[in-house]
Design a protein around this ligand. Structure first.
Ligand SMILES: Nc1ncnc2c1ncn2[C@@H]1O[C@H](COP(=O)(O)OP(=O)(O)O)[C@@H](O)[C@H]1O
Ligand SMILES: [Mg+2]
Length: 409
């Protein structure tokens, strides 16, 4: 077994060791690597402003947030809330307040403020986050005003204590979309306006937000006027991991499945630095008893095989699922654009032409512009100004897309 990369690692890279193979589940805190610089920057930014992390599903948002929480400075109260399941305004607020209550760093005074508007649910199953909190009936009807008032008092306390509260809403667009569906446009708009109100209120200035969302954030915001209230938030993207980190991961995961680590670099490089893609390739090697690739070409073939393996289909979908669900009547055209550009990078003026040939009918130029902008915003494509070429932003995603489309997956 060769661990030849070890000497290249700087001290921030942990020792080579076995690492549990998770693919979409929760990785151990000590296994989340390659994010130190970004953590530092985000902590700096959060001292002054709120932030949005908009990145493709499975790119490491939730892992990053867990790491951020664990590295929070002493004067922070970090409230990390997955809001995916919040389908009403009241629910969104209840789980947020519940998480503040369950945060060890929140002082009694803060807890008292919250218990003034609600209570622990009797006989509720004790869940992972401790007990369940419910707003009092009289507060539920206008949950958002209640929330604003509670945060106002908490904010005053924070200023006295020289503390900052960082409220993380992970998968926020999913909550907004669910609320939009269940409570209507006005309710969704109210939540978006709430961010502005918070910003303009002196009492709540020590409270910051981290909103994360997958592809689709802007599609949802387009459905109502909301998004301009969060324009001032700093946008953060999660780039793929630097080569030395993903190569380290590759060795650790091969050790975990009891394989020789020769060839680990080829695997790491084929994943394009995306941990989830690497995990899926290793899972494929394990489940289908495939050999560890020994060349660049081998590694690409392995990725294609893994991507087109029907039994892994469900695991892959989160990476690429969003075209069908968010592009509405333009979905088919958007998919055709991705198909064309998956063959080779295409000059902007050629795309319409190639589409017409393919669809055997004309394509409206304005519609095409809209689609291309969305595909750029959704991180599928990138555009190079100098060459005027559109290409896939992430090479492994291009390969996975092509392989799966060929198989009709
Ligand atoms: N920095 C990292 N180091 C190691 N593994 C990571 C890292 N970021 C993500 N992963 C892996 O990728 C998978 C997807 O990450 P996750 O944080 O759930 O993404 P998202 O929240 O964007 O969907 C996780 O199961 C985890 O194993
Ligand atoms: Mg997540």
């Amino acid at each position: 077994m060769s661990h030849k990369f070890n000497s290249l690692f700087d001290e921030k890279i942990p020792e080579v060791r076995k690492m549990p193979l998770v693919f979409g589940g929760q990785v151990r805190l000590e296994d989340i690597v390659g994010r130190d610089k970004l953590i530092e920057r985000v902590i700096y930014d959060l001292n002054n402003t709120s932030i949005i992390i908009n990145e493709i599903r499975r790119f490491g948002k939730t892992s990053f947030l867990r790491l951020l929480e664990s590295k929070a400075p002493d004067n922070w109260i970090c409230v990390n809330t997955t809001v995916q399941g919040a389908f009403t305004t009241a629910k969104l607020i209840e789980i947020t307040l519940q998480n503040i209550l369950n945060q060890a760093r929140a002082r009694e005074k803060i807890k008292k403020t919250i218990f003034a508007v609600g209570h622990a649910v009797k006989n509720a199953k004790l869940n992972l986050n401790g007990f369940e909190f419910a707003l009092g009936k009289e507060y539920e009807a206008d949950a958002l005003s209640t929330f604003r008032a509670v945060l106002g008092s908490i904010g005053k306390q924070l200023i006295k204590d020289k503390k900052i509260m960082v409220i993380i809403w992970d998968e926020f667009p999913d909550a907004i979309q669910a609320i939009l569906k269940k409570e209507g446009k006005d309710a969704a708009n109210e939540i978006m306006k709430f961010f502005r109100a918070m910003r303009e209120n002196k009492d709540s200035q020590s409270i910051r937000w981290v909103l994360t969302g997958s592809i689709g954030m802007h599609h949802i915001f387009r459905e109502f006027s909301g998004s301009d209230t969060i324009n001032d938030m700093a946008t953060v993207s999660l780039d793929p991991l630097e080569s030395r980190y993903i190569r380290w991961m590759s060795v650790c995961l091969l050790l975990e499945i009891n394989r020789n680590t020769d060839g680990s670099d080829y695997l790491a490089d084929a994943s394009g630095g995306i941990p989830f893609v690497l995990e899926m390739m290793i899972k494929y090697i394990r489940d289908f008893d495939a050999s560890v690739p020994q060349s660049v070409k081998d590694a690409e073939s392995l990725l294609i095989e893994a991507a087109s393996e029907i039994n892994l289909g469900k695991n892959w979908t989160p990476l690429l699922e969003r075209v069908g669900s968010y592009y509405g009547e333009n979905a088919k055209t958007a998919e055709a654009v991705l198909d064309i550009i998956a063959m080779f990078p295409v000059e902007d003026r050629m795309i319409g032409e190639l589409l017409r040939k393919r669809a055997k009918k004309p394509v409206n130029e304005n519609t095409l512009d809209v689609i291309l902008t969305l595909l750029l915003n959704d991180h599928y494509l990138k555009y190079d100004n100098a060459s005027r070429l559109y290409a896939w932003k992430h090479e492994p995603l291009r390969i996975i897309w092509k392989a799966r489309r060929r198989k009709g997956l």
